[in-house]
Design a protein around this ligand. Structure first.
Ligand code: SF4
Length: 500
């Protein structure tokens, strides 16, 4: 059985650490991918707009969501301690993981303690972020994804490319082929003569997954929210697979980022309105599962909550960047982003694609790597992401802030230790150009002389820039130098005073 998706972390052929422009160069050439993405994102964005327009108080809800998240993040230590007390009181066990390696170690040990070699999984961004499937595979444990789209990705030996619809880059024909060719290697094979009708594909997945649900003794999930007051975890989903994983196994392990906390059920109510309309354009989620610790004869006997930091407290320390921690992973920003629509999710090189990935990944990992330093530039700054974000994250503001960090260089805090940002080559050239511009603007005489010389020689100017500037003119015309500079025009038409 070939299970390269469960292989060594980072070993997946589609897992790219290349800078965004390099990774996107390949995907933008893929007409099939662009077509799939355009169709899917335009459909979802239109539905979302309709669902949101139904509510007169959407603006107030959005402001409330942002305010609740900001208040909670300001007192995060307090609410996390309250959550730990509540979960423990309800019969669960809380584990703290400072980074991905520690979280993977904890989960692997917990599964090993049960003696099981297989687990079923609810769709979870946090476990993708830490590469849990790969870590479990190294320990000889098979993790089965049970969300339909995640199943397609796993069987296709692929990587997710969208937060909500991980297989958005696949069309029906491709999914049918994946099921036909790969299902048998993972368990129950695809039915004979499987076609590409959604109903047939869903039925094939249902039959395949049912065996897993009924045999698995360990379930692994994330959570959309955690209520500090009662220690309750919440998962919202559309298919019911999550409900099966959360209730049938004897042991449940939930890996959740520390920012997913809300203080009370009243606060939760705001997000249960914001999330479904922004993500699936529904008034409420088909399945909203909540659980609080353990209960005799009802659901898992053991419940473990692994609270994941992995760069979140560093992000919290950044006054501008911390707003990224409000994110409720609705994916509305992906569906309106012109860059995501053309580049696809894989180009972002992490579990978090699109505009939110462009601001979250560089903050969680630091901007020292060439991929991470390139992500804040993966945007046209059109602001569509901010317009649709249900918790009002000003993504363009954070992008500019992160660009500043990349260009300026200097020290950033990374996982508790000091790391130096190395500006990429292109950024060094940009800095040199800015220095030259500053010098020229500081010396008006030299600037005037340069402008006159440029005007007189304009006939000989090249159409493209040489050297490092070449890439800039690959896709743009070099602006023409006017025959007369503004200063000369002013002096000629308004007299000497204009020269001053
Ligand atoms: S940044 Fe906003 S729009 Fe994007 S996924 Fe997060 S909550 Fe949704």
């Amino acid at each position: 059985m070939s299970r390269t998706y469960l292989g060594m972390p980072g070993s997946h052929p589609a897992a790219s650490r290349a800078p965004f422009p390099e990774a996107a160069a390949a995907s933008t050439q893929d007409a099939q991918l662009r077509g799939n993405l355009r169709h899917a994102t335009h459909t979802i964005r239109a539905k979302r707009a309709k669902a949101v327009a139904e509510l007169d108080d959407w603006g107030a809800l959005r402001a409330a969501g942002a305010a609740i998240k900001d208040r909670t993040l300001r007192h995060l230590d307090h609410y996390l301690e309250r959550l730990e007390e509540s979960v423990t009181r309800a019969g669960g066990t809380v584990h703290w993981a400072v980074d991905a390696a520690e979280a993977n170690r904890i989960v692997t040990r917990l599964v090993q303690d049960t003696g099981e070699r297989e687990v079923v999984k609810v769709k979870s961004m946090a476990t993708q972020e830490i590469g849990l499937n790969e870590a479990l595979a190294e320990a000889g444990i098979s993790a089965y994804e049970t969300d339909l789209a995640e199943l397609i990705v796993q069987l296709g030996d692929d990587l997710p490319s969208h937060i909500l619809v991980p297989a958005i880059h696949r069309n029906r024909g491709e999914i049918r082929d994946i099921f036909r060719e790969r299902m048998a290697a993972w368990g129950r094979p695809a039915p004979d003569g499987l076609g590409d009708e959604p109903r047939e594909l869903a039925e094939a997945a249902r039959l395949h997954l049912r065996e897993k649900f009924l045999s698995a003794k360990v379930g692994i999930s994330g959570a959309n929210f955690m209520v500090a007051d009662t220690g309750t975890l919440v998962v919202v989903e559309s298919e019911g697979n999550g409900r099966m994983c959360l209730t049938l196994p004897e042991t449940l392990i939930s890996v959740v980022g520390i920012e997913k906390i809300v203080p009370t059920w009243q606060d939760l109510e705001v997000f249960l309105q914001l999330l479904p309309r922004s993500s699936t354009a529904e008034r409420m989620n088909p399945y909203t599962s909540t659980w609080t610790g353990t209960a005799d004869g009802d659901g898992p006997r053991d419940f473990h909550l692994v609270l994941l930091d992995n760069g979140r407290t560093d992000t919290l320390a950044d006054r501008v960047g911390r707003q990224a921690l409000r994110c409720i992973r609705c994916s509305a920003c992906l569906n309106v982003c012109p860059v995501y629509e053309r580049a696809g999710g894989h180009a972002y090189g992490s579990a978090y694609p699109g505009p939110i990935g462009a601001i979250l990944t560089p903050q969680l990992r630091g901007v020292g790597g060439s991929l991470e330093a390139s992500l804040p530039y993966a945007s046209s700054l059109c602001g569509a992401c901010y317009e649709v974000c249900p918790v009002a994250i000003d993504i363009p503001e954070v992008l500019i802030h992160l660009r500043e960090r990349v260009v300026e260089g200097g020290e950033v805090t990374l996982r508790g230790s000091k790391a130096v940002i190395k500006p990429a080559k292109g950024h060094a050239a940009e800095r040199a150009a800015m220095r030259a511009a500053r010098w020229a603007l500081d010396h008006p005489g030299a600037l005037r002389g340069g402008q006159r010389l440029a005007a007189r020689t304009r006939r000989f100017h090249p159409k493209r820039l040489p050297g490092p500037g070449r890439a800039w003119t690959d896709t743009r015309e070099l602006p023409e130098v006017p025959a007369e500079s503004f200063r000369d025009w002013w002096a000629r038409t308004r007299g000497e005073r204009g020269e001053k």
